[in-house]
Design a protein. Structure first.
Length: 400
């Protein structure tokens, strides 16, 4: 493998992660011996204007290029280098309140440095480390001599990195492959085939949604107006941070850029999956519509009398709905597609996932219902008004 830079990222570039402006100070090529062969990866040394340091890692895998962002943290229960050296795969530990299991124990070597490397890193220097994981949590403990360092890691989607550093997008796939992907209503890796029953259900739901979303006007002979497309802004929050809001503590577990398809418009928005101290999930929408400055915070719900997908698809704009006492009026019907993901979502939210949905707000509550062949999901929530969004963002910090 070449030690040249395999990415479009260059020293001196600036990127915006969750409102923090980072500059790329240097690139370090690292390697590890695996079965008498050396496996390489690239680590980009980042520094924020506030002085915070981070490491952006790029590595080639069987799934293609993968990005991860690592930030240092101070554990509640530090360990010595001697303690770290005793860890083996399968061992359990708790460094900052989360139980994790050791998944890899090895050592790395520095093969090349461009620009400025982190303090103490030189060509030829070696370090021992182990990885520990639990669900969406990824931690790395590294030690050289008696010094031990601790890192939280988060998987980033390629698109998030391209957006953060204003990089040109990777070459687009062929029109045929794009058509096939958009035609799939559930693009999960582990479910690429539907039985005949599911396919018929899927087709029925799709037809109903098409009729009620796009209306009879689609069948007229008049020329259709061009579809307006709006792209998502840079992610305003960083995966892995924690904060307090509305009397609760939340931890951001995953981020996605989703595409909302409606009549005459396609727009993207940032969404986050959060987990509170009791382990319950929440869903943050950074602007329901492309022109909305308000955000929304939702919690999942399980109604006593859930609806079938066909019943959900039969709703029309203006219909009144009542789900377990939460009233609303359908204001929009849409197709929902997860375009890119940062980190693994505990809920199973994944890139390529497609659902249909409708929003039914009222004066006091927000209601969202989404469905595909896997079932129907229900969410109720409250608005975070535009004047409070800045305070919400400030409640989450990189150090958590």
């Amino acid at each position: 493998m070449s030690l040249e830079n395999p990415t479009r990222l260059r020293i001196g570039m600036r990127g915006d992660f969750a409102g923090r402006n980072f500059i790329v100070l240097g690139r370090v090529v690292m390697g590890v011996e695996v079965n008498e062969e050396t496996y390489y990866w690239n680590e980009f040394n980042l520094q924020a204007e506030t002085g915070e340091r981070a490491t952006l890692v790029y590595e080639d895998s069987e799934r293609g290029g993968e990005w991860r962002l690592f930030t240092m943290f101070e554990p509640e229960s530090p360990m010595t280098a001697a303690d770290a050296a005793t860890k083996q795969v399968g061992d359990r530990l708790n460094l900052n309140g989360t139980d994790v299991g050791v998944t890899l124990v090895t050592s790395s070597r520095v093969y090349r440095i461009e620009g400025e490397a982190p303090e103490g890193v030189q060509v030829g220097s070696e370090a021992n480390y182990f990885n520990a994981e639990a669900g969406d949590v990824m931690q790395v403990v590294s030690w050289t001599g008696q010094e031990v360092e601790y890192y939280n890691g988060f998987t980033l989607g390629r698109r998030s990195v391209e957006t953060a550093f204003n990089l040109p997008s990777a070459a687009a796939s062929s029109m045929f492959s794009r058509f096939n992907k958009s035609a799939s209503l559930d693009d999960s890796d582990d479910q690429n085939y539907f039985g005949s029953g599911k396919f018929l259900l899927l087709a029925g739901v799709a037809v109903l949604v098409f009729i009620f979303v796009f209306g009879r006007g689609c069948f007229s002979s008049s020329e259709m107006a061009p579809v307006k497309r709006t792209y998502a802004s840079s992610p305003p929050l960083m995966v892995g941070t924690a904060g307090h809001w509305g009397g609760k503590s939340f931890h951001i577990t995953a981020h996605a850029v989703v595409e909302i398809g409606e009549v005459g418009a396609i727009y993207e928005r940032n969404e986050y999956e959060l987990k509170d101290d009791s382990g319950l999930l929440a869903w943050l929408v950074c602007g329901e519509r492309s022109d909305s400055k308000d955000w929304s915070l939702y919690a999942p719900s399980t109604p006593l009398e859930p609806l079938a997908a066909q019943a959900c698809a039969a709703q029309k704009v203006g219909d009144a709905v009542n789900i377990d006492g939460i009233n609303g009026k359908v204001s929009e019907i849409y197709q929902y597609t997860v375009k890119s993901m940062d980190n693994t979502a505990p809920s199973g939210w994944h890139q390529g996932m497609v659902q249909y949905g409708y929003a039914a707000p009222s004066d006091y509550n927000l209601l969202q219902v989404r469905w595909n062949t896997n079932g129907v999901s229900y969410y109720h929530g409250k608005a975070i008004l535009a004047k409070d969004v800045k305070d919400f963002v400030a409640a989450f910090s990189v150090s958590n």
